[in-house]
Design a protein around this ligand. Structure first.
Ligand SMILES: Cc1cc2nc3c(=O)[nH]c(=O)nc-3n(C[C@H](O)[C@H](O)[C@H](O)COP(=O)(O)OP(=O)(O)OC[C@H]3O[C@@H](n4cnc5c(N)ncnc54)[C@H](O)[C@@H]3O)c2cc1C
Length: 57
C-alpha cells in the first residue's frame, strides 16, 4: 500500500504531465490519489474511460 511522502502531489502532477506524451498508457491505483478502495475504483474508472476515449478516436 502506497505511503505518500512530502511532495507527493507535485510528483503526481509531473507524472500526469508525462502521460500526455505517452498515449495508450493509463495509470490507476493506490499510488496516485488516495489509497482507499473507493479512490482506487475512481482512478480505475477514470483510466478505463480515457482508454475507451482513445480507442474511439
Ligand atoms: C490490510 C489492508 C486493509 C485495508 N483496508 C481497507 C479498508 O477497510 N477500506 C479501504 O477503502 N481500503 C482499505 N485498504 C486499502 C485498499 O485495499 C488498497 O489501497 C487497494 O486495494 C489498492 O488497490 P490497487 O488496485 O491500487 O492495488 P492492489 O489491489 O494491490 O492491486 C494490484 C494488483 O496488481 C497485481 N500485480 C502486482 N504486480 C504485478 C505484475 N508485475 N504483473 C501483474 N500483476 C501484478 C497484484 O497481484 C494485484 O492484483 C486496505 C489495505 C490493506 C493492505
Amino acid at each position: 500500500m502506497a505511503q505518500y511522502v512530502v511532495g507527493h502531489a507535485e510528483r503526481v502532477r509531473a507524472i500526469e504531465a508525462e502521460l500526455e506524451r505517452l498515449p495508450g498508457l493509463f495509470l490507476a491505483g493506490n499510488a496516485y490519489s488516495g489509497i482507499g478502495i473507493s479512490d482506487c475504483a475512481r482512478t480505475g474508472r477514470a483510466a478505463a474511460e480515457r482508454a475507451l476515449a482513445l480507442l474511439a478516436r
